[in-house]
Design a protein around this ligand. Structure first.
Ligand code: B12
Ligand code: SF4
Length: 449
């Protein structure tokens, strides 16, 4: 990373500029404005933008975070009008695509000369989806600084910023969590007295499950932080932000056993006493009783398992293990170790029958799960489903209702009874509701911006 240092004294003609290693920067426009567009009801901390803020600040730029849901278009317009913005960055998830387009229009209206840079999962998968000045494919930490340097030096940006070489995660600065106030994001700041922060300890996945875009987003390999770096971030979260618990959000944290063991051993040695949760479903076929007991000793309190369906045929088609007996033993082992278990399931899979679906609900009910989460299957960009013509899974544009219910499986049965429908009819009801409303629920929520 380039570290800039101030060259002093300034020559007369540079009295309104800063000179860094011979690069002239316009200091009147040195603020990078990072705009967060929240997705979902469970508002999580804008970790991606915090990840960009850290290297930008290290490189000497002023960085400001702006939450579009809180300030709206007018708030954005007012901020841009102050005239000190070098570039605006927006992180784009597919469900928020239309909102992001409108935010770009607002930027253009206020000052068409302020470059708008977009990045994030949707841009990585569909770089030409938005009318931005520059679309960054892949990781943003290095790109953000290079973009700022180019603009500060009066150079132009390419329309598409190509994927950088995979970054070494140990060399990245810790996300700058001052750029947005943690207290505003309730998922990371739960009301019952405990404070959580999200963290990612590895990027990428070597699998290619039919419904998942992780390999298309991060590339195929699995890059991890060293255990020492993971513990350093836990320690920083505890000492600087008073965090009690960390939500680990890797695509697949338990991909490599030695990563899990290394992190657990380092946490045990550190004696920090910070608990952690694996909320972004992990693969049960990469777990065994010994590993679960080790994770529990190292502070794991909640484990989300990607279970998907009870249909062995469907599991095989998706590229998952079909060993349901193993799942049962893992859930039992976790419960016995005092770790709460959430199960993630999908309904509406391609070719799924009513009896497959019923079996999935019954399977969820039979496991000792604290919580079960059912999503209606949808074809997200960058997934095998999105490219296969054989699939009958609805595209993501119509799926933003998500049909996701976080509930105890027993409650799903009760809800179906109350509505007078079979439990296997609930996904169709969710889609019918989305059609009836014309616009999916999620899209409506972000549209109110
Ligand atoms: C935490 C998380 C959640 C949380 C919190 C979400 C929230 N509201 O903020 C919860 C559990 C609620 C969630 C829900 C969903 N999620 Co989610 N989630 C994640 C997860 C695991 C971590 C996100 C994160 O913080 N990553 C770490 C940061 C550092 O990475 P990043 O965001 O990609 O940013 C980097 C680059 O993309 C780039 N970058 C990003 N923005 C920008 C901007 C600029 C200007 C630049 C230059 C660069 C740049 O630089 C960053 C640093 O390198 C990701 C997977 C993953 N591991 O990333 C999925 C992921 C983002 N989720 C995804 C999906 C599909 C969903 C759901 C729709 C699932 C569903 N069917 O219900 C819902 C939607 C929300 C809702 N309606 O409830 C997809 C998004 C795909 C897409 N096309 O947009 C992902 C990528 C998972 C996947 N592989 O499919 N999710
Ligand atoms: S679902 Fe999990 S295991 Fe499968 S490709 Fe995605 S991250 Fe990897």
């Amino acid at each position: 990373m380039i570290t800039w240092s101030l060259v002093d004294p300034f020559p007369e003609e540079f009295d309104r500029e800063l000179v860094f290693f011979g690069v002239v920067r316009d200091y009147e426009r040195m603020t990078v404005l990072l705009v967060h567009v929240p997705v979902g009801f469970e508002e999580a901390y804008p970790l991606a933008l915090a990840a960009l803020a850290a290297p930008l600040r290290t490189a000497g730029y002023t960085v400001e975070g702006l939450d579009a849901a809180r300030c709206g278009h007018q708030g954005l317009a007012d901020r841009l009008a102050r005239g000190d913005i070098l570039w605006v960055g927006i992180s784009v998830w597919s469900p928020a695509l239309d909102t992001c387009k409108r935010l770009i229009e607002t930027c253009r209206r206020v000052d068409p000369d302020i470059p708008v840079v977009v990045g994030g999962p949707h841009v990585t998968l569909r770089p030409d989806a938005l009318d931005a000045d520059c679309a960054v494919i892949g990781e943003g930490e290095k790109a953000a600084v290079e973009i700022a340097d180019r603009l500060a030096a009066g150079q132009s940006l390419p329309k598409v910023w190509k994927r950088s070489h995979p970054l070494d995660l140990d060399n990245l600065p810790m996300p700058d969590r001052e750029v947005f106030a943690a207290a505003d994001y309730h998922r990371d700041h739960l009301p019952h007295g405990r404070r959580y922060a999200s963290m990612v300890t590895s990027r990428g996945c070597r699998y290619r499950c039919a419904y998942c875009s992780a390999p298309s987003i991060w590339g195929k390999g699995h890059r991890r932080m060293s255990p020492a770096r993971v513990v350093a971030e836990f320690a920083q979260l505890q000492s600087s932000y008073g965090i009690d618990g960390v939500l680990i959000e890797d695509d697949l944290f338990n991909q490599d056993r030695d990563h899990v063991e290394g992190v657990c051993d380092a946490l045990l040695r550190s004696d920090l006493g910070v608990t952690w949760e694996l909320l972004n479903g992990v693969r049960p076929d990469h777990l065994d009783p010994g590993l679960i007991r080790l994770m529990a000793r190292a502070g794991l309190t909640r484990l989300a398992l990607s279970l998907e369906t009870a249909s062995r045929k469907q599991l095989r088609k998706m590229g998952r293990s079909d060993d349901l007996e193993h799942v049962k033993s893992i859930v039992k082992e976790a419960n016995d170790a005092g770790v709460g278990v959430t199960g993630y399931f999908m309904v509406g899979l391609p070719g799924e029958t009513r009896s497959d679906r019923l079996r999935t609900f019954r399977w969820a009910r039979s496991l000792r799960l604290g919580m079960a989460h059912f999503s209606v299957a949808s074809a997200w960009p960058g997934t095998r489903w999105s490219t296969s013509e054989l699939t009958d899974v609805p595209s993501w544009e119509r799926s933003a209702l998500y049909g996701a219910w976080y509930l105890n499986p027993r409650a799903a049965f009760r809800a179906a009874r109350m509505l007078g429908v079979g439990i296997h009819d609930l996904p169709e009801m969710a889609h019918r509701l989305a059609n009836w409303m014309d616009k999916p629920l999620e899209a409506r929520r972000v549209e109110s911006l």
